[in-house]
Design a protein around this ligand. Structure first.
Ligand SMILES: [Zn+2]
Ligand SMILES: [Zn+2]
Length: 128
């Protein structure tokens, strides 16, 4: 069963059910919030079980979405669209290995940082 946590452990969870192939988002919001590219996998909320969430805080990052992070260590953990009451995207970087996942595509590539290239053959989308 996939498990994950923030760096300090004040947010820890396990996921039941199937993980979807992750996308790497290059938008400026993801880069500012995470420090670089943010990769997430969509998970049904009913499949996301917290063993610890005392550190969990939410930040309304836009009119259409909010971000879940650890208020203790600052780890960027979750992304949830307002319109999605039943799922959220979980940061793949916070999952314990082996994740069994393979990155599927790059999104918001038109908005990517100017300090790196993307050196793989996956689809590069300029939006979502
Ligand atoms: Zn933490
Ligand atoms: Zn993004």
């Amino acid at each position: 069963m996939p498990t994950g946590r923030c760096e300090c452990g004040a947010v820890a969870f396990e996921i039941t059910g199937k993980l979807t192939p992750p996308s790497a988002c290059h938008c400026s919001q993801c880069r500012r919030l995470s420090g670089h590219v943010w990769a997430g996998t969509w998970v049904a909320l009913k499949d996301l079980h917290f063993s610890r969430q005392d550190g969990l805080k939410w930040f309304k990052s836009s009119k259409w979405a909010k971000r879940g992070f650890c208020g203790e260590c600052g780890a960027s953990l979750f992304y949830q669209l307002n319109e999605d009451a039943d799922r959220c995207s979980v940061a793949v970087g916070c999952l314990d290995q082996p994740t069994g996942l393979t990155l599927k595509r790059h999104i918001y590539v038109a908005d990517k940082g100017d300090y790196y290239g993307i050196g793989d053959d996956l689809p590069h989308l300029d939006t979502y």
